[in-house]
Design a protein around this ligand. Structure first.
Ligand code: C5P
Length: 232
């Protein structure tokens, strides 16, 4: 992956918005304060893939958070289609077969990010799903496999970032949600880090949604986060 030269690229704004018209209006309001947007299931399944292409055509970067997981051939072809949209990041679940297929389908500027274990999973959820390992060991094992397979980066919680960095080394990316500027409303995020703490912890990109999308002035909110990371 090419190194991050524009400090704004460290912030990825989560467009967790129901429809394209509202997402487009928000991107307009944010203007040049942000360069990178994340589109997930909600917007993606409601016209968001076409909108992703529109953002790319405007020179913006797009993270498609589609968390692919299927038989290898389907994943590989799906990744090729996403690369054709011009997206910069795409998520897949960190199963070795899925990750290998994603790497085979990767083209151009598209980076594949692996989601190790969903952070909504605790030990009981992992056990219920049939895993014998504690969650922290499962995260470490899947990070190791992601590194060996040649995945470009890992999506993990801020709390896991140091351990994941220890496994994947300096050259792969760590992308982290659950970021809250100091003093802001935590909403439903429980274990948060500030943008400055994230930067100090070696996190490459932070994903921030509601502190920007719900702000009275989303442009100022985005700017403040970028500045906080630059000054950390
Ligand atoms: O609004 P907020 O800043 O909490 O949004 C964070 C984004 O990151 C959302 O798109 C959410 O789905 C995603 N995410 C998260 N926590 C995780 C994984 C993903 O908040 N553990």
């Amino acid at each position: 992956m090419s190194p991050i030269t524009d400090p704004r690229d460290r912030l990825i704004v989560a467009l967790d918005i129901a429809d394209v018209a509202a997402a487009r209006a928000l991107v307009e309001r944010i203007g040049d304060a942000a360069t990178f947007y994340k589109i997930g299931y909600r917007l993606g399944y409601n016209g968001g893939l076409g909108f992703a292409r529109e953002l790319v055509e405007r020179g913006l970067k797009v993270f498609l958070d589609l968390k692919l997981h299927d038989i290898g051939n389907t994943v590989e072809e799906g990744v090729r289609s996403v690369a054709g949209l011009g997206a910069r990041f795409l998520t897949v679940h960190a199963y070795p077969q899925t990750m290998r297929a994603a790497v085979r389908g990767r083209q151009g500027d598209l980076g594949i990010l692996a989601v190790t274990v969903l952070t909504s999973y605790d030990e009981a959820d992992a056990a219920e799903a049939g895993y014998a390992l504690p969650v922290s060991e499962l995260v470490a094992k899947r990070s190791e496999q992601a590194r060996d397979i040649g995945i470009d980066g890992i999506v993990c919680s801020a709390q896991e970032a140091r351990a994941v960095r220890g496994v994947i080394g300096p050259d792969r990316l760590i992308v982290t949600p659950g970021i809250r500027p100091a003093g802001s409303d935590l909403t439903d995020q429980k274990r948060v880090m500030t943008p400055a703490e994230a930067r100090i912890a070696g996190i490459d990109h932070v994903v921030v949604g509601r502190p920007i999308t719900g702000a009275a002035d989303p442009r100022a909110a985005a700017r403040a986060i970028v500045t906080e990371m630059e000054q950390a």
